[in-house]
Write a protein that binds this ligand. Structure first.
Ligand SMILES: [Fe+2]
Length: 280
């Protein structure tokens, strides 16, 4: 029997992003995001923290090459693939250093590439680093309705919360592929691409540790601390040297099939505590 993304229990595992200076950006992630650098080639770097992995390749700044999701078992992955086959999606074989054979990718309506696979090595990392697994990815898009239709109806993600403009237009859509409030979300914007990516520290004290760590490297917060309405998570944001937005989050809501909640598009929705960065 086929499985939706939620039933297959998919989690975000890694991102592959581009930079005009991959070595410099990798040094940023190593130092500031407390990750170990592996130079795979002069133009490709793997930054590795416990449960957070970013591949940086030569290319255009602030551009996602792909986002990698993992499934815990090959059986679930195959049954998820059956679900996608019924939706007439074009699946492409995807080879990666992380996945066992059988991994594949799909393209969303904005041409973002999302990969799915089972890890070759799922043993926990022994790296001693500040805690914060990679947890969600958020896109910017001119068309959030198409995003919602694709992730909900084609991939079988669950819509958890939506932000609606005064005129009834969809401003933000949060979707999940497991019990976490969102694993992939999308903000209405005049551009398309990555909005931000987020690491779930879990506990407020870990957020404090991250902020002290950022301060020790003279990195200022660009937003927060605050608490989002949708997801109810505590957050701080910083920017990397290419201008990508990075979120450290804690207390993200867990969901188990609750109804979708709609929020008005106002500052308080984006930040219950203070000012907001309104995307559109
Ligand atoms: Fe976020």
């Amino acid at each position: 029997m086929s499985l939706t993304a939620v039933q297959a229990d998919l989690s975000l595992h890694h991102l592959e992003i581009q930079s005009s200076n991959p070595e410099s950006l990798a040094n940023f992630y190593s130092k500031i995001m407390d990750m170990k650098i592996n130079k795979l080639s002069p133009e490709k770097f793997l930054c590795d923290g416990p449960a957070r992995k970013i591949i940086i390749t030569l290319g255009e700044n602030k551009t996602l090459s792909n986002a990698g999701m993992v499934c815990r078992s090959e059986n679930n992955l195959n049954r998820f693939k059956e679900f996608l086959d019924q939706k007439d999606l074009k699946l492409k074989e995807h080879n990666s250093e992380f996945y066992k054979a059988g991994s594949f990718s799909v393209q969303d309506p904005d041409n973002n590439v999302i990969c799915f696979g089972v890890l070759k090595d799922s043993s926990p990392s022994h790296l001693k680093r500040i805690h914060a697994p990679l947890q969600h990815l958020t896109f910017a898009s001119e068309d959030v309705v198409s995003f919602q239709n694709f992730y909900q109806n084609k991939l079988g993600f669950q819509v958890t919360d939506r932000v609606i403009k005064n005129n009834g237009e969809l401003a933000t859509c949060f979707t999940t592929s497991n019990h976490e409030h969102h694993t992939i979300a999308c903000f209405k914007s005049s551009k398309s691409g990555i909005d931000h990516h987020s690491y779930e520290a879990g506990d407020w004290n870990f957020v404090k540790n991250w902020c002290d760590h950022f301060a020790s490297h003279n990195i200022q917060l660009m937003w927060g601390p605050g608490r989002h309405g949708p997801g109810n998570n505590l957050f701080v944001f910083i920017e990397d040297t290419d201008g990508n937005w990075i979120e450290i989050s804690a207390e993200l809501e867990t969901v188990h099939g609750r109804p979708v909640k709609n929020w008005p598009q106002e500052e308080r929705t984006l930040n219950l505590w203070g000012n907001a960065i309104m995307r559109s």
